[in-house]
Design a protein around this ligand. Structure first.
Ligand code: XBP
Ligand code: MG
Length: 229
């Protein structure tokens, strides 16, 4: 892996197993806004195929034939802002640690002067909350650029976030490695021409990942699989 000038990290499921915290924040927000919606683990696993919280809620409403009459774009955005605030509170309270092997890989990359970037579908506020809670204030400066869902028109599996990250890095795709956990992320980074390392996450553990650079159970496997040199 040392041949790559930059490592571009996905966030949810890759840096940390945050989707359970998202699911809790969504459910608490639905209750707060008086919606009789509840996303179980099994249902959320299906809904995660739709990236972006607002897009996921609209997809759910349409799929379930839920009355959208009172869920205007403005109210949906208000609900999502509430959810993002709640997610940030849970993360700040220590609800989620970085996945095993992440800090070690960040340290090895830093020692090699490899650049670190983020390309995620989630909201920037969520990224900042996770980095601050797990790495302290220094965490916010570790990754540059940080490209989040609101920075692009089309979320994963579209390549937009990765293309923007490449542009801001000023590097060709072949000199970068994307680290992802989902098929949408694999498709997105691959469409941008970037090789992809998959680290299996809780919600996508049984997915098939063809065409990647490598697939590991966790980033702690990199040493064992001689991928770190
Ligand atoms: C995962 C997503 C996000 C999160 C929820 O992003 O698809 O939508 O599930 O966050 P990634 P928001 O794996 O690319 O990090 O509600 O802010 O969208
Ligand atoms: Mg992910």
């Amino acid at each position: 892996m040392k041949r790559f000038a930059a490592l571009i990290f996905d966030v949810d499921g890759t840096l940390a197993e945050t989707e359970e915290i998202h699911r809790r924040a969504f459910n608490e927000s639905f209750a707060h806004f008086g919606l009789d919606w509840h996303w179980s683990v099994a249902l959320y696993a299906e809904l995660l195929l739709v990236t972006g919280g607002k897009e996921r809620m609209r997809h759910f409403a349409a799929r379930e034939g839920k009355p959208l009459s009172d869920l205007t774009d403005a109210r949906l955005a208000e609900l999502h802002r509430y959810k993002t605030t709640r997610f940030g509170e849970l993360i700040a309270a220590g609800a989620c640690a970085l996945r095993p092997g992440v800090i070690e890989l960040l340290n090895v990359a830093g020692a090699r002067n490899q650049r670190l970037a983020i390309a995620t579908t989630t909201s920037r506020d969520n990224v900042d909350a996770l980095l601050r809670a797990t790495l302290g204030e220094r965490g916010l400066g570790l990754f540059d650029p940080i490209v989040a869902g609101e920075d692009v028109d089309d979320k994963k599996p579209a390549p937009d976030v990765y293309l923007k990250a490449l542009d801001l890095l000023g590097l060709p795709a072949c000199e970068c490695l994307a680290i992802e956990d989902s098929r949408n992320g694999l498709i997105s980074a691959s469409a941008a021409g970037i090789p992809v390392l998959i680290t299996r996450s809780a919600y996508f553990r049984n997915d098939t990942f063809d065409g990647g650079f490598a697939v590991v159970e966790s980033l702690t496997d990199l040493v064992g699989q001689q991928l770190l040199p």
